[in-house]
Design a protein around this ligand. Structure first.
Ligand code: SAH
Ligand code: SF4
Length: 356
């Protein structure tokens, strides 16, 4: 088993382990699986945050836990609540790094958007997170702690449960693949958060080899692909990763992904004024998606302007015409409702106000 490099006093955070890791650790310490399960449920069902408070454990188990693990701290720096019930959390990690999580309110439940890296190296030039280089990947416990923190906020307010998780915050999840997969295994665990795989979505800028790895995972979470442009010329202008994994490479991977999983793919397409929002691009997009149309779903997203980028949001009428063209050509598509537009909603925008 590989342990995290980040340790406090030689201990690692208990939230770094998924159930399999915890059971392996327990076995190595001669702790029965009966008690291992109790530890797990104390963490994620009862949400107990210190080992001595785990009253259903024997003292010697509590002592071994205490010697091996600690509970990491996640400081709440700022909470922004929007009138549409979107809540944005600015959080400080133990090394003082700032990250964001967003809680969104839907008809179908409560979803949380988590951060997976400190900054992002993909370097999309429209995105606040891409403006600064990546400092490091988040550890599993740092991603899980975001869910725990947001659930704690809900527990104190309405007691509603988080029902959906979207891995769409700061960072490229497939550039921190193993930690993100372990995180998914914890939120999906039926004795932890029990969030069903169909309620989990991972968004990628299109790292083709990882799309294939993702297709083979046991957890069949949903995949969202940040397309944003229907041809390589435009896409490369927005996303320099397109020079490494151009549209052909992404679509070849997606076809295989669909073959393996039989699942649909959501294409995210941010609408940028006079850049990718004309009927010419709409037609190109229809042609591009045509071969996998049955499995495709397009999310049209009004661009959330980031001051430094110079890009503007498409007009209402351009977005409507684009949407109508796609619908007319039987491409399933939605115009995404905006969340918290007046509270720095787009990923990384709150954090970027703090980091100069
Ligand atoms: N790195 C991953 C996931 C995080 S970004 C990815 O790129 O898919 C999540 C989504 O937010 C992506 O589709 C991204 O393109 C979009 N996004 C980033 N900045 C935005 C902005 N200013 N306005 C609207 N969407 C934005
Ligand atoms: Fe990174 Fe996604 Fe932002 Fe691109 S859009 S810079 S991949 S977080």
């Amino acid at each position: 088993m590989e342990w995290s490099l980040i340790k406090v006093n030689g201990k690692q955070s208990i939230y770094n382990l998924n159930r399999k890791d915890l059971f392996e650790w327990a076995k190595a310490k001669s702790i029965s699986s009966f008690y291992a399960l109790k530890i797990w449920e104390n963490l994620y069902r009862k949400k107990i945050t210190s080992f001595p408070e785990m009253s259903d454990l024997k003292l010697d188990i509590i002592n071994i836990l205490d010697q091996s693990f600690y509970f990491n701290h996640l400081e709440l720096v700022e909470v922004q609540e929007s009138s549409d019930d979107t809540v944005k959390f600015l959080l400080k990690l133990e090394d003082e790094s700032l990250i964001e999580s967003v809680l969104m309110d839907h008809k179908f439940g409560k979803s949380v958007c988590v951060t997976t890296q400190i900054g992002c190296n993909i370097g999309c030039n429209f995105c606040a997170s891409g403006l600064k280089p990546k400092m490091r990947d988040l550890e599993v416990y740092e991603i899980i702690s975001q869910i725990l923190r947001v659930q704690d906020y809900l527990d104190k307010k309405t007691k509603e449960k988080i029902t959906h998780v979207v891995v769409m915050g700061i960072g490229e999840p497939f550039d921190n693949y193993d930690n993100v997969m372990k995180f998914l295994s914890i939120i999906n665990d039926d004795r932890a958060f029990a969030i069903g795989s169909r309620h989990i979505t991972v968004s990628t800028s299109g790292l083709s080899p990882k799309i294939l790895d993702f297709a083979k995972e046991d957890i069949r979470a949903n995949l969202a692909l940040s397309l944003h442009a229907p041809n390589n010329k435009l896409r490369s202008q927005l996303m320099r990763i397109n020079n490494v994994y151009p549209i052909e490479s992404i679509f070849a991977a997606l076809k295989e992904y669909i073959q393996i999983t039989n699942k649909r793919v959501t294409f995210e397409y941010i609408m940028i004024k006079d850049f990718n929002d004309s009927l010419k691009e709409a037609k190109e997009l229809v042609d591009l998606i045509e071969p996998i149309k049955k499995f495709a779903y397009v999310n049209l997203i009004p661009y959330n302007p980031v001051f430094e980028t110079g890009y503007e949001r498409s007009s209402e009428s351009s977005m409507n015409s684009f949407f109508d063209f796609l619908s007319k050509h039987k491409i399933r598509c939605v115009m995404r409702r905006e969340h918290g537009s007046h509270i720095d909603a787009a990923c990384g925008q709150l954090r970027s106000r703090y980091i100069k």
